[in-house]
Write a protein that binds this ligand. Sequence first.
Ligand code: SF4
Length: 366
Amino acid sequence: MVAKGCGEAMNPEEFGRRVLEWFDTHGRKQLPWKENPTPYRVWVSEIMLQQTQVATVIPYYRRFVARFPEIRTLADAGLDEVLSLWAGLGYYARARHLHKAAQLLRDQHGGEMPVDIALVQALPGIGRSTAGAILALATGQRQPILDGNVKRLLARFAAVEGWPGQAMVLARLWDLAARYTPTERVADYTQAMMDLGALVCTARRPVCEFCPLAIGCVAHAQKQEMAFPSPKPRRELPVRAVRLLLLRSTTGEILLERRPPVGIWGGLWSFPECALGVDVTEWCRERLGLTVAVEPPWRVLRHSFSHFHLDITPTPVRVAESANAVMEGERFVWYNRLDSKQLGMAAPVRQLWTALTDDLLNDRNE
Ligand code: SF4
């Protein structure tokens, strides 16, 4: 759900004025891409900054633009050299896209960055926010931006509920970004929003007392800064259900089976597993050659793996024969708690084992 009307108590003029006043005093103005901010230089900085901190980017940026001072020099260079100047920044697809886009600009746009946002956005590796940032920062064109920092700030300011990866939430944030982008001093405003998101409205500890927008910020008024934006929803995990048979012999041993080497609990010892719908008595006779009496199941035990939940129905089963009468070998073992052998068991199996052996002990003590 997306909050409506929240955070709009502050009109765009006041919002812009507050942001720009803050920028004039506190904004970052010494960044190397702010000296002579051509579309090319802003573009390179924006791409480098996508996954990397400012302090790390600065020396890379200086080396890169010293070697490739304009679009044509980058386009004419070999990809190997471009990648070698990128080495250490990571996410090398960014460098490949940059190089490819420079060649497209050389071949189709006379080596210049177009001023039409649709054309900028059509270049490899340039999304809507990066395109907006290039045009806003380099030409002052009134284009909103919505990088991760600005998303967080606006989501808090207007208490926009929901995860920004959802189309409706994203559309709402773009609406806010467009609404608050001023008509004057667009480049400074754009840099200011980036700086506010990076320095004040930070992910872990927003410093609202230094924020020029605190007076209109809904999340701050509600003391709910950290509730926005909503985190990515956790995927609903599928559920698998199995029955584990807690088979015990007349002499008190418990039957364990070694699991296959691949799959869950590969190679560990567990209780024999059968599907929930099968007749347990029949299954034990056919698969294990045992005559059994099935008892009521215990309550379901849930064990969660990264990709599914396993709902285990532990089912106690009494075996008519003594342990000696039935199979043992590589795959099966009759086991009791006094056994000196240590068998590897997964945590939920160990938990059931302990409960079952305690149960047996109680049986004997009664
Ligand atoms: S007041 Fe706090 S939560 Fe609101 S925009 Fe400013 S820093 Fe972010």
